[in-house]
Write a protein that binds this ligand. Structure first.
Ligand code: 13P
Ligand code: SF4
Length: 385
């Protein structure tokens, strides 16, 4: 292993063992983001008091990619599957979802009509979810129906409520990164082919690595082209039709980052999110949802060295919370999910104040007709999960 430079870890911008040093103090880091400054202690205290006074009236959900200043107030933290399960069970009249828009929409779909779901900043979207519009997906299905193809949609949680509703109407199911294999298998037992949307990479990784399909079984539907850029024959032969969408954070990881990490840290175990490109996943030791990554690190023997390919808030937290292990960020050019990061302590505080005043802000309300069909698709996943 290369010697450690003072104030940095093997010259890498994320921390190892103990993590007292500022992981960004190192000169030359190319990460354009910096860790958010520590929260204003007065605001932390005010939020704490307010949270306490609201008691069980509020349930705060926090995705693993949230900032520390926010996650400290989460009653439950997890990946998108766990958070949707917790939302469905939550009895509180107000659910504050510290995550992104599609997650809060899913929580609204799964909760009763008299519960109120709040997203502290309405601008917290997901660029991947925006890569498939309902209109585009309807057009694709019209074409597949025209061809008389037997197909079932398996839709990634990272999608709009309209697309979830369409999935429900078509007899399909939602999935997350932690159960995509189970749900795709379920789909392929019921139809000749599955349309997987909107993440091309997750669909490919699961198809090739977990379902034993071969690259020839897959085609990519690109909504920018007429008929998805595919011939009728290609579609007829396909077992999985992948939608051309991606996560702007995860697609930045490259095979050379894994190779460099292995060269610099002998014995390192590489774990990446399955939204990463297939070439990266092939070089990794493990793949997992954010919850599965957190569990793998937590449950590994002391002294294990991990290089983690996912969003930076989570990797930094794993490094801090697992001081008996070495946790590296897989590459220095991949940073935060900028939309997840929009939820900061002032936004959370404002959401809580609005509840206290009886005038909740940033309420997510999915229209009833969409909600009904989307719920069918989400509940199908929850029964399979
Ligand atoms: P998880 O379900 O693994 O938390 O993933 C959600 C996500 O948006 C990853 O980019
Ligand atoms: Fe969306 Fe990627 Fe952010 Fe996850 S990390 S919320 S997929 S943009």
């Amino acid at each position: 292993m290369e010697p450690m430079a003072e104030g940095s870890v093997l010259g890498l911008p994320v921390t190892l063992l103990g993590a007292e040093a500022d992981p960004f103090a190192e000169k030359g880091t190319t990460c354009p983001g910096v860790l958010p400054p520590p929260s204003d202690p007065e605001l932390v205290e005010r939020t704490r008091r307010l949270r306490e006074s609201l008691g069980e009236k509020v349930f705060v959900l926090g995705h693993h990619y949230q900032r520390d200043e926010v996650i400290q107030f989460a009653d439950a933290r997890g990946d998108s599957l766990k958070l949707s399960q917790r939302a469905a069970e939550a009895g509180s009249p107000y659910i504050v979802f510290c995550g992104v828009h599609f997650m809060a929409e899913s929580a609204d779909i799964l909760t009763s009509d008299d519960q109120v779901v709040i997203l502290p900043d309405l601008a917290a979207g997901c660029s991947m979810a925006d890569m498939a519009s309902a209109e585009q997906v309807e057009d694709m299905w019209a074409y597949l129906d025209d061809l008389g193809l037997d197909a079932l949609p398996v839709t990634y949680m990272n999608s709009t409520a309209e697309i979830k509703a369409l999935t429900g109407r078509k007899g399909g199911s939602i999935c997350t990164s932690s159960n995509a294999d189970k749900v795709m298998r379920w789909g392929l037992e019921r139809a000749e082919r599955v349309v997987f949307l909107p993440d091309e990479h997750l669909g490919r990784n699961i198809s090739l690595l977990r379902l034993g399909l071969s690259p020839e079984d897959l085609v990519v539907w690109d909504p920018r082209f007429p008929d998805g850029g595919l011939s009728r024959d290609q579609l007829k032969r396909a077992v999985v039709v992948l939608w051309k969408g991606y996560c702007s954070v995860h697609q930045r990881f490259r095979p050379e980052h894994v190779e460099e990490m292995r060269r610099r840290v002998p014995g390192v175990r590489v774990i990446v999110h399955p939204e990463c490109r297939h070439e990266v996943v092939l070089l990794a030791d493990e793949i997992g949802s954010t919850e599965q990554i957190a569990r793998a690190v937590r449950e590994s023997p002391a002294g294990t060295l991990w290089a983690v390919g996912t969003e930076l808030n989570l990797v930094s937290r794993l490094a801090r919370e697992n001081p008996d292990k070495g946790v590296f960020f897989l590459d220095r050019t991949v940073c935060f999910c900028s939309t997840m990061n929009r939820i900061d302590l002032p936004h959370l505080y404002r959401a809580l104040v609005s509840i206290e005043r009886g005038k909740p802000v940033n309420v997510i309300r999915v229209p009833a007709d969409i909600k009904e069909c989307a719920r069918v698709a989400l509940e199908r996943m929850l029964t399979l999960a």
